[in-house]
Design a protein around this ligand. Sequence first.
Ligand code: FES
Length: 141
Amino acid sequence: MTALDRRAFLRAACASCAAVGLAACAGGSEPEPAAGASPTGPAASDAIVKLADIPVGGSVAGRAPSGPKLLLARPDEATVVAFSSVCTHRGCTVEPDGKRLACPCHGSVYDAFTGKNISGPAPRPLRAFAVRISGPDVVEA
Ligand code: FES
């Protein structure tokens, strides 16, 4: 293959790649906006949970958009608290249990509203995670 043939081949190959790339972009494969998202409000993906999904006086599990698994609780109508679900004993995933948070591995129990270790081998409270109420959602603070 001569230098001229190689240049012509590469030009043709690049033109094909560009055509394929443009076709993929024009194919309408863009994801639809999330339901409930608006240009002025938080995107649905910003919510850890819906506020209404946490019972007052109870707790639920959730996951922050940034990754960590969380336990969220509502001590009263206007307050939401959140804690890491990583047990301070050996790192198992702690689960919600109403006003308590329970580790299934070795039986540690935490207070859902303070994260304080109440019983079992856990040596420390659960790590607090900052959240805030944003309209109908609970989001990272
Ligand atoms: S890992 Fe949770 S009690 Fe042991």
